[in-house]
Design a protein around this ligand. Structure first.
Ligand code: GTX
Length: 227
């Protein structure tokens, strides 16, 4: 196996996989995308990510890299000669990592819980917390972007990938629960950022279409009920 042989195991519906896809695409790294919707049974997953058994898994040569945040950083570091994803300044890098942890550990988890909640009051309370989180993220965006289009400045960077990859599922959740989460009136700058991110050509190739993802989600619900 060649050392520069790059494989990504994942599936198109997974936002964490989309992060790895985006990092590889932005850095123009040739790779094989192994898009397996039945990834839990994939031998590569069991071999290369025996600890968590989760996608994405990037395999570089014969070395596996797991966890989306780590994969994005690894891709940026392993191919230093193409454009940078993380900020070059140490403090800005620390800030980017701080907000990435906030997105994954505090905010995005709520979106999944909301999608699956059935109780009306629980839904309202979750939607409120998600909206409040978006206000916090808008404030972070204003500080970090310094008036530019992206968290990364003039071009897509680390936090754009991390938060942007959540947008397709955020929109699907808005449709399922029939609530406006990323609200133009409450968070105008973040709403504008989301529009810019989603209309970028590289992103358009990777971020799932909301309607297609919604159909997928509904199909999964039908399978689960039939089990
Ligand atoms: N922290 C990890 C990362 O950042 O890489 C999280 C990765 C993760 O949760 N991956 C999910 C997984 O492998 C797949 S993404 C889920 C999208 C499917 C939506 C279906 C409605 N999960 C396997 C598991 O939890 O066992």
């Amino acid at each position: 196996m060649a050392l520069n042989d790059v494989k990504l195991l994942g599936t198109w519906v997974c936002p964490y996989v989309n992060r790895a896809q985006l990092a590889l695409k932005l850095k123009s790294i040739d790779h094989e995308f192994i898009d397996d919707i039945h990834f839990k049974k994939n031998e590569m997953l069991l071999k290369y990510n025996p600890v968590h058994k989760k996608i994405p898994v990037l395999v570089h040569g014969d070395k596996p890299v797991c966890e989306s945040l780590i994969i994005v950083e690894y891709v940026d570091n392993a191919w230093p000669n193409s454009r940078s994803i993380l900020p070059s300044d140490a403090y800005e890098r620390a800030l980017a990592r701080f907000w990435a942890a906030y997105i994954d550990e505090k905010w995005f988890l709520l979106v999944k819980v909301l999608r699956e909640a059935e109780d009306i009051e629980e839904r309202a309370s979750l939607a409120q917390k998600i909206s409040e989180g978006l206000v916090v993220l808008e404030e972070a965006f204003v500080r970090i972007s310094k008036g530019e289009t992206y968290f990364g400045g003039k071009s897509i960077g680390y936090l754009d990938i991390i938060l942007g990859s959540c947008l397709a599922w955020l929109r699907v959740t808005e449709k399922i629960v029939q609530v406006n989460l990323l609200d133009q009136a409450k968070t105008p700058k973040l709403a504008k950022w989301a529009d810019s991110f989603c209309s970028d050509d590289d992103v358009k190739d990777i971020l799932p279409d909301t309607q297609k993802l919604l159909e997928f989600y509904k199909q999964v619900q039908v399978w689960m009920k039939a089990k």
